[in-house]
Every structure is written in structure tokens, then in C-alpha cells.
Design a protein around this ligand. Structure first.
Ligand code: SAH
Length: 486
């Protein structure tokens, strides 16, 4: 059977793709249909047909899945930011655990892996070998750490500004996979304050005829508003990203924003490039110290507009605690924290280690990391600006640094091979891999597995309720411990 655009098809959703689209079949042919939930029986309209799979648009839910819920956000479908809003939260968690499990098993080559909910291994501890089986023991994933309330958890939001069809100034979000801006006053994942702040910025732009940026002609000024809030301090930062070197009447904007409770820092960031990267390099401070602060487990962090900082602080704390537990520190260890950002994990580790070295590519983040260490009186840390895959080999070969434990927390693309090779050469007892993309985690786990490092513990933590992403912490250790050469 061949299908053409706009044909109506009826199918049952059996799985969810990496991007959160439902997957179903007609006569063996695979369809991806957004906004559906596993178990839905649906009618869809064909959009695109490829050789072995196609895309279709949801027309009607004929029989809802038992896991289907009414999305809370009126723009859930148009936005595409929350791919899982129609799925009950408990089911979202099961979906994420399954995703990590399948990645580690299929791509990562971790054959003896079980899910936490796997009945076969009910009374088995993760480290227990099965009698009569050869080789490595079975690993049972530890249960996913879900959120208590998967709404309004994000401490950071970036809203694009633009114009609607009638030329009216709007802000909102990009419609899924496009750069068309859809007006939306509030996002249910963000903090309540966002709406008032965005209204003030919009009013200021209207009053002074400050044009929003227009991507197609590369004209106009205001591209995005970045808003960040320290959940434990209540401090708020606003940074306008502009296609220019100065912000007209910036003083008025500051006066108007200052009245918002918690407003601590106001700045603009210069980004004159034709790019979809949001932030440019230069930040000009208009009000405040140039950063806000937040605290996690009694460590305070300063956060600059450009620095990476996890968006969900409540769950981040649990993620870092898991990483710390897996690191198994006693106070005697030398630890490397690769991809360390502003030193968040490094400082968690440093309280229990002899020495922690952090590596991060963004200089502003390393400045923050050093300052964070100093302000918290954590003196056993040292930070390097640079690529993990360059700094680690250099330090290892030139300065003979070593580590009992190496923690990595790379961006979605995972670790560079040169970085993994050096880890293997250094031969730490434990590698703790914190990952925001289980497919690249699995790829790297496979690579390390072929070089002697075996997965010992796995736990997923949900930092992104309503969205497809999930964080995973994986403990690996050397199958053949290296003779002690230090
Ligand atoms: N561990 C930190 C940051 C994790 S995000 C935290 O939990 O907050 C990943 C970080 O890796 C980002 O800060 C990014 O700037 C940095 N990064 C990206 N590529 C890198 C590379 N090749 N070498 C070192 N750091 C890198």
C-alpha cells in the first residue's frame, strides 16, 4: 500500500520516539505521530511518506490510552516544548526508565541489565551475582527519581520576541521545529514571575518603539529575554539578548523592572550574528552585580547570564547526591570533574575528597566556579578552562596528574574519544557518568566497556517533567583493577 499526503490512517500507538512522537504501524509500515500516547487508538492524516517510515498528524483520538491526560497548557500542541504533556506523569517516568534501559542494553552493550520494576529480580540487590552465571553480575537499575510536582520547576526561561501577522509586538515560543513565534504569556514549566517581567519588557518596547528582531531580514533589536531565578534565594536575573551594541532607554527598563520582587540583576547580551544560538559573547550589565546566587545542599553558587546551570534545582540536588554516592568518596581521593560548568558537582565532591580538578570550556563559567569555591571556603579545588579532551591528556601526560574517581557530565553529544581514551589510560577506580542523553551515554559506555570499564550502578533522575529528556547517572569501574602504581 502506498500512501499520499492527507490520506487518513487509523492506528494504535505502541511506542514513543526519542523526540516524543508516538509510533504506530499500518501493515508493518511505521508512522510517527506527535501528541499521542502509548495505547491511544487514533486517526491521523499523512504528512510525509519516506521509504520505511512516515509522519502523520493527529486528527482524532478514537480510543484514549489509559495513560492519556488532558494537557494543562493551551499551547501544548503548537509549542512542542513539552512533548509529553498528554501522558500521565507516572507513565512519563516509566517511559524514561525504559528509554535509558533500552539504550544501555542495545547501544551500550550492557547485556545483564534489568529495570527496577522487573519482577524477575525482585529480591535481588544490584550488585548480586546470579548463581551459576559466568562473568559480570547482573545490574538492576535503581528506581527513577521522579518529581513531586512536574510543573513550574524551571528556574530559567528564554522567550523570543517578534511580531504577529498584524505587526503587533508579541513574545512567546517558537512553534515546534520552526522559527515562527506563537504568542504565549505564560509557560507552566516556568516561574510565576515570568509573566509580569515579560509584560514590563513588552510595555517598554512599545513605549519607546524598540523593534523586535526579525530573523528573515536580520533587522530589529530585541531577540530574546532570558529570565533566571535562584529558587533558594529568590534572586531574579533578566538579560535581554539584542542585535545591537546598546539598549535605548535602558535606564527606564531598569526602573520598571526593579519593582519586581527579587530583581537582582539586569543586563543585555550582544548577539549580532545570523544564528539560532541564543546568547552572544558580550554581556553589558545595567543593574546589579552581573550574577545571581542560588544554593544547593548548603553550597552557594553565583550564576552569570552565560553560565550553564541546571534548570531544575530541586531535582538537580538529587542528581548530584546520586553522583556523589556513586563516587564513593572517603576524603582521600583525587577527583576530576570534567565538563564542570560553574563547579556545581565539583564543590559537592570536594567536601568529601582530597582534591577536585574541574574542566570546562566556557571561561565565564570557570570564573564562577573559582569564585564559588572561594565563597564557600572550599579550597581543595582547581579549575581549568579548556576542552576536556585537551586539558585532561595534557595534564596527565605533562603533569602526571591522576585520579581515583573521574566524573563526567558532558553536553548531549557525549564525550570526545580523546577524553575517553585518556580516562582509560589514567585508569581511575571509578568513573561516574552523568548524562543528559542516554543514547550518547550508551555509546560511551560501550566504548569504555570494550576497554575494561563495566557498568555497576545506574539511576535515572527526572529533571524535565512533561519533556522527553532525562538525566542518568552511571557508575563504571574497572573490570581488571590496575596494579597500584601511585
Ligand atoms: N556539570 C555542570 C555542567 C554540565 S553541562 C553542571 O551540572 O552544572 C555541560 C558543560 O560542558 C557545559 O557547561 C558546557 O559549557 C561544557 N562543555 C561543552 N563541551 C565541552 C568540552 N569539550 N570540554 C569541556 N567542557 C565542555
Amino acid at each position: 500500500m502506498t500512501w499520499k499526503k492527507n490520506d487518513a490512517i487509523t492506528l494504535t500507538i505502541e511506542d514513543i520516539s526519542e523526540e516524543g512522537a508516538g509510533i504506530g504501524r499500518t501493515e508493518g509500515y511505521i508512522w510517527f505521530v506527535k501528541d499521542t500516547v502509548i495505547g491511544d487508538r487514533i486517526e491521523a492524516s499523512v504528512m510525509k511518506v519516506k521509504k520505511s517510515y512516515g509522519f502523520a498528524r493527529l486528527i482524532r483520538v478514537l480510543e484514549p490510552s489509559p495513560f492519556r491526560v488532558e494537557p494543562r497548557c493551551p499551547s501544548a500542541r503548537a509549542c512542542g516544548g513539552c512533548q509529553l504533556q498528554a501522558m500521565a506523569y507516572k507513565e512519563q517516568l516509566r517511559f524514561k526508565e525504559r528509554k535509558v534501559y533500552h539504550h544501555l542494553k542495545r547501544l551500550g552493550g550492557v547485556e545483564k541489565l534489568r529495570m527496577a520494576s522487573d519482577a524477575r529480580s525482585k529480591d535481588q540487590r544490584p550488585d548480586m551475582a546470579v548463581a551459576g552465571e559466568e562473568g559480570e553480575p547482573w545490574i538492576k537499575m535503581e528506581p527513577i527519581i521522579g518529581m513531586e510536582n512536574p510543573w513550574r520547576y524551571r528556574n530559567k526561561a528564554q522567550f523570543p520576541f517578534g511580531r504577529d501577522k498584524n505587526g503587533k509586538l508579541i513574545y512567546g515560543f517558537y512553534a515546534g521545529r520552526t522559527h515562527a513565534i506563537i504568542q504565549q504569556e505564560d509557560c507552566l514549566l516556568g516561574v510565576e514571575e515570568n509573566k509580569g517581567i515579560l509584560g514590563i519588557i513588552q510595555g517598554y518596547m512599545e513605549d519607546f518603539h524598540i523593534p523586535p528582531y526579525e530573523e528573515s531580514s536580520h533587522t530589529g533589536l530585541v531577540r530574546h529575554a532570558l529570565i533566571r531565578k535562584g529558587f533558594s534565594t529568590g534572586e531574579i536575573m533578566v538579560c535581554l539578548i539584542i542585535n545591537g551594541e546598546s539598549l535605548p532607554h535602558g535606564d527606564v527598563l531598569v526602573e520598571r523592572l526593579k519593582v519586581v520582587k527579587g530583581m537582582t540583576d539586569i543586563s543585555f547580551n550582544v548577539n549580532k550574528e545570523r544564528t539560532n544560538v541564543i546568547l552572544g559573547e558580550k554581556v553589558v550589565n545595567l543593574y546589579g552585580r552581573g550574577y545571581i546566587t542560588d544554593a544547593l545542599s548548603n553550597i552557594t553558587y553565583r550564576i552569570s547570564p552565560q553560565s550553564f546551570y541546571q534548570v531544575n534545582p530541586v531535582q538537580t540536588e538529587k542528581l548530584y547526591q546520586t553522583a556523589l554516592e556513586y563516587a564513593g568518596l572517603t576524603g582521600k581521593e583525587t577527583v576530576w570533574d570534567l565538563y564542570c560548568g560553574i563547579g556545581t558537582i565539583s564543590l559537592f565532591l570536594a567536601r568529601r575528597a582530597k582534591k577536585v580538578y574541574g574542566v570546562e570550556i566556557i571561561p565565564a563559567a570557570i570564573q564562577d566556579a573559582r569564585e564559588n569555591a572561594r565563597q564557600n571556603g572550599i579550597l581543595n579545588t582547581e579549575f581549568f578552562v579548556g576542552k576536556a579532551e585537551e586539558v585532561l591528556p595534557e595534564q596527565y601526560h605533562k603533569n602526571k596528574v591522576y585520579a581515583e574517581v573521574i566524573v563526567v557530565d558532558p553536553p548531549r553529544k557525549g564525550c570526545d574519544k580523546a577524553c575517553l581514551d585518556t580516562i582509560v589510560e589514567m585508569g581511575p577506580e571509578r568513573v561516574v557518568y552523568v548524562s543528559c542523553d542516554s543514547a550518547t551515554l550508551a555509546r560511551d559506555v560501550k566504548y569504555l566497556g570494550e576497554r575494561g570499564y563495566v557498568v555497576r550502578r545506574v539511576r535515572t533522575v527526572d529533571l524535565f517533567g512533561e519533556c522527553v529528556h532525562v538525566e542518568t547517572v552511571c557508575l563504571l569501574s574497572n573490570r581488571k583493577p590496575k596494579p597500584d602504581t601511585h
